[in-house]
Design a protein around this ligand. Structure first.
Ligand code: HEM
Ligand SMILES: [Ca+2]
Length: 943
């Protein structure tokens, strides 16, 4: 006999809201009755759908199915900064990275029925129970890191709550996943009789509600997808939310300087806090309060209202709430300071300016301090994640899609769960423990320690996490994560390791072995091929998964790997994480370092932002903090990381935001220079600066600005060169196509000349006319991949029309680097262009299908110029007329030239009738795939 394990949920917030034995009928609950009852029990679910969220549009498996998002109308004039919901950031694909769109996929899903039922074993049966895997993979002893602090997991949790939030299934009558339930919205984890959970509380299952099923971006519901409710961009949505109505409520409507609401206490007998705390549920609408995940049944000793914030999970643990507090204070301190400096600024301008700074500082800490510790130097470099030391970043590329990937959210970035410690210790300003240590389980949804200044509130919480060691990266979890997650007082709870494995199956994530291949590791045929996994763990996995390498779940396989050098996670997770953070950097038009047309900050502002660190933020915002280690992710005992006075860290110089600053005398930092140009013609004749400028404005408009403020000259080998001074942001100068042009087709990279064979010059101006019709943009890089403009060399030609030419005599060292060139063209044609009549190769005549079979129509969903490759996965056509689920053959050809895929020279990562086609740009010698269309051969009567 089993104890019913019941989940009460409605809406999107149940992930943090499961509890046991409290059967509640959500439909009868009146609004406003969500306050916990005296027994500490939850009296209702959260029957509320936040305003601004699209309502579910239809029902599948009796569960609301989220409709596919409609493309917003983005204003013609370019939006200047992040919209609350993240739309209109990418001007080619308005929805890229926005809230309420599907998670993307790095690999096609693997569902048992190809549509949406959880993955099963390659041998056909069920996969081993996620709970059995979880318990078997635990070591007897929990290990603490000798190097990393608890700030690593907790900053990770805070920043990922800016990137992704995946809701569970819901329906008006609730979803009740008691053990034995046959509700298709449930995917419970079975518990065996020898399990601690059964022995203690006779539990026969751990309830898991499946994620809300949604349509894909093509509005097809043939294959189950999952939703991201928040903006993928690192835009401070933790603080500001992901929709305008939420943001409006979180703003302090009484403030005329653009402040955010702060907590007003204290009817509950808490000592009021002197430093601001997060606003409380009773200060906002019922609807907003109820949107917060804050289950009373878990731990609400004194009936305090929950905090409200931009992200619904802000109450999940006190360290998380402390990070929210830090940035709330930061916002309010910035607007306060700026209102003094710019007395004429209105509340909106103050607010938006502070918001831009908060978003930038989240990026600074994440890329500047956090990711290097997690990924190590190799992966930082491989994915181009390092911040520039100076100057603007010119890597913005509208073809990158910032949207969070399913495997990142559901597996790779959950790596932090294994680092979370068993206890939390608060530290005084003098770095000694203060107040009682809290067991992790007692910190879940317990905001009490932050409500008062006793023991230092959030300040001592963050001093604690930057001092104490995290657990090590492995498959062993703190007991409170592994058995007591969200446990009601006196009870045991859930198992997050088991949930994570189960969630991967729920989402149809392919197994670990497939992701190994994606990450550049060897595809395993037997367990001993998993050489990245230590021997004993590999053995345990082999037994658990009954010798089937393809069955191993991504999460447990990834966690089992040894760390990459200089980092924490193993190579498979490092790949997925690096890939994601690259997309979030290159694919974000408002990335804080962006130059070009998308500049958010002046050079002076950029400079002061770059010098900021998490240490300084904690120093400044966590009131009584006097000293801090320079890198809060490393223990103070690590060489070079001893605590230093807060005054020794650079502070944020808000004078850089003072109006009139750009006209101030400090011109050096507030102007930008064009590249250097030769003041001679190609024939060697001298020309005047004015003449040159006219030439450049016509021929190389991206390299100069329309209004020149001044110039500077120098002499190279006795010949004069000049560069022009422009106001910040007015030199377009991107090696990538501007975001708002209609995308064309890229040519292959060409490297027709090398400096040695041409006497030290590099001339890439020939040849291109044979292919590119209607050139839009040129991209030039050294053969090692450095953008031409970042080399400091001087070019004679650099335009989509004239091509590219580097002359050795213009260079200070007398020689050119070796460059490669490609063009973005309206059309690519074969052979020389003859009077506007492209001689496109005629499409090959179709081979007819063998009798009893038929070919599907040709389809192309993805364009390799838009993303990191061409993805023509079969699941995209499931359910469409003319296609079938199990084709016997697949063909692919270039969309434009109709050239057969076998003749293009591309290599394919996936090419099979069962999965479709995947061509990774990075795997091609010229770093870009052809754009393919595919078709499938189906049995005549098949579907
Ligand atoms: C006390 C600490 C934490 C607790 C109690 C916690 C709990 C949870 C829970 C209950 C879920 C939902 C699981 C599901 O139903 O699928 C979740 C999701 C997740 N967690 Fe944690 N977590 C903690 C810390 C962290 C850390 C340190 C990281 C990373 C560094 C992290 C990353 C994630 C990610 C990426 C997700 C998926 C988010 C989504 O797609 O909605 N968490 N966590
Ligand atoms: Ca965000």
């Amino acid at each position: 006999q089993s104890t019913p394990a019941t989940i009460d949920l409605f809406g999107r917030f149940d992930r943090f809201n499961f509890f046991f034995e409290a059967v509640v009928n959500t439909t009868t609950v009146a609004p406003g009755t969500v306050e916990p009852t005296a027994e500490g029990r939850q009296s209702s679910g959260f029957p509320f759908v936040a305003p601004g969220f699209p309502q579910p549009s239809f029902v599948i498996d009796d569960v609301h199915f989220h409709s596919c998002p409609t493309t917003p109308a983005c204003p013609d004039s370019k939006t200047k900064f992040y919209q609350p919901d993240g739309t209109c950031n990418n001007l080619v694909n308005f929805l890229s990275g926005s809230a309420n769109t599907p998670l993307t996929r790095l690999l096609p899903p693997e569902y048992a029925d190809k549509k949406g039922s959880p993955r099963i074993s390659s041998g056909g049966g069920a996969l081993p129970s996620a709970r059995v895997i979880s318990t078997t993979m635990q070591d007897d002893v929990i290990q603490r890191s000798g190097k990393f602090t608890q700030e690593v997991p907790f900053w990770g949790q805070f920043i990922v709550h800016d990137m992704v939030s995946t809701p569970s299934s819901s329906r008006p009558s609730g979803v009740n996943c008691r053990c034995g339930s046959t509700d298709p919205a449930c995917f419970n984890i079975p518990i065996g009789f020898s399990d601690f959970q059964f022995i203690q509380e006779r539990k026969t299952c751990l309830p898991v509600v499946r994620s809300q099923p949604i349509q894909d971006l093509h509005c097809s519901s043939a294959v189950r997808q999952q939703l991201n409710e928040i903006t993928s961009f690192i835009d401070g949505s933790t603080l500001y939310g992901s929709d305008k109505s939420r943001l409006d409520e979180l703003k302090d409507s009484e403030s005329n300087i653009g402040s955010m609401k702060i907590g007003k206490l204290s009817p509950h007998g808490f000592v009021p806090s002197h430093s601001p705390i997060l606003p409380l549920g009773n200060q906002v609408s019922d609807a907003l309060h109820r949107s917060m995940a804050c289950p009373a049944a878990v731990h609400k000793p004194r009936n305090a209202p929950c905090f409200v914030a931009g992200d619904i999970r802000a109450n999940e643990n006190q360290v998380l709430s402390s990070h929210h507090t830090l940035f709330l204070r930061l916002h309010n301190n910035i607007v306060q300071d700026l209102s003094q400096k710019n007395r004429h600024w209105g509340a909106d301008k103050l607010f938006e300016t502070a918001r831009s700074i908060v978003a930038a500082l989240n990026q600074v800490v994440t890329y500047g301090q956090f990711l290097p510790v997690v990924l190590g130097p190799t992966y930082m470099k491989r994915f181009g994640l390092e911040l520039n030391k100076e100057g603007y970043y010119h890597g913005y590329d509208a073809s990158y899609d910032a949207t969070v990937a399913n495997s990142f959210a559901t597996a790779a970035f959950r790596f932090g769960h294994t680092l979370v410690p068993e206890t939390l210790t608060r530290y005084s300003p003098h770095w000694s423990p203060t107040g009682p240590s809290l067991k992790l389980r007692d910190s879940f949804f317990n905001n009490e320690p932050l409500l008062s200044t006793q023991f230092g509130g959030a300040n001592s919480v963050l001093r604690g996490t930057t001092q104490k060691s995290s657990l090590t990266f492995d498959t062993t979890f703190a007991a409170d994560m592994h058995n007591n997650l969200f446990a009601p007082p006196g009870r045991i709870g859930h198992d997050l390791l088991a949930i994570n494995i189960q969630r991967g199956r729920d989402h149809g994530l392919p197994g670990y072995n497939h992701f190994r291949v994606l990450a550049g590791l060897k595809k395993a045929r037997k367990f001993s091929d998993f050489v990245e996994i230590p021997f004993s763990r590999r053995n345990t996995l082999q037994k658990l998964y009954k010798n089937r390498v393809d069955d191993v779940d991504l999460y447990i396989g990834g966690l089992s790997e040894s760390s990459v050098s200089g980092g924490i996670v193993g190579p498979t997770m490092a790949y997925i994480i690096g890939h994601q953070f690259r997309a979030l950097k290159r694919g974000d038009r408002f990335w804080f370092e962006n130059g070009d047309a998308n500049t958010v900050f002046t050079p002076g502002q950029l400079k002061t932002l770059r010098k900021m660190s998490l240490s300084k933020l904690i120093c400044d915002q966590m009131g009584d903090t006097r000293t801090m280690s320079p890198n809060p992710f490393l223990q103070p005992t690590v060489a070079g990381n001893a605590r230093k006075p807060c005054t020794s860290f650079s502070s944020l110089d808000l004078n850089q935001w003072k109006d009139g600053r750009a006209n101030a005398l400090d011109k050096e930092t507030d102007t930008e220079f064009t590249p250097w140009f030769a003041l001679t013609t190609e024939g060697g004749k001298k020309i005047e600066a004015r003449e040159l400028l006219d030439f450049l404005l016509l021929n190389r408009p991206d390299d100069v600005c329309p209004r020149v403020l001044g110039s500077e000259k120098r002499s190279v080998f006795g010949k004069n060169q000049i560069r022009f001074k422009c106001s910040p942001g007015t030199i377009k100068g991107s090696p990538y196509p501007p975001a708002d042009v209609k995308m064309g087709v890229w040519t292959d990279w060409e490297d027709s000349s090398t400096p040695t064979s041409h006497n030290g010059d590099d001339d890439e101006s020939r040849g291109k006319s044979h292919k590119c019709k209607g050139p839009i943009a040129i991209q030039v890089q050294t053969t090692k991949g450095v953008p031409a403009r970042e080399t400091g060399e001087v070019f004679r030609k650099h335009s989509p029309f004239a091509g590219f030419l580097c002359r050795k005599q213009d260079q200070q060292d007398g020689r050119c680097l070796d460059y490669k060139v490609r063009y973005l063209c309206k059309e690519i044609v074969k052979g020389p262009i003859s009077d506007g009549n492209p001689t496109t190769a005629p499409p090959k005549t179709k081979p007819t299908a063998p009798s009893g079979f038929k070919w599907s129509p040709w389809v192309s969903f993805s364009n390799p110029a838009f993303g990191d490759g061409d993805r023509e996965f079969i699941y995209l056509v499931y359910g469409r007329t003319g296609f079938c689920a199990t084709p016997t053959k697949m063909e692919a050809r270039d969309v434009v030239t109709k050239q057969d895929s076998r003749l293009t020279g591309d290599t394919f990562q996936i090419f099979s009738p069962r999965q479709g086609l995947y061509c990774a740009n990075a795997a091609q010698s010229n770093f870009v795939c052809h754009d393919y269309e595919v078709r499938y051969l189906c049995k005549e009567d098949s579907k």
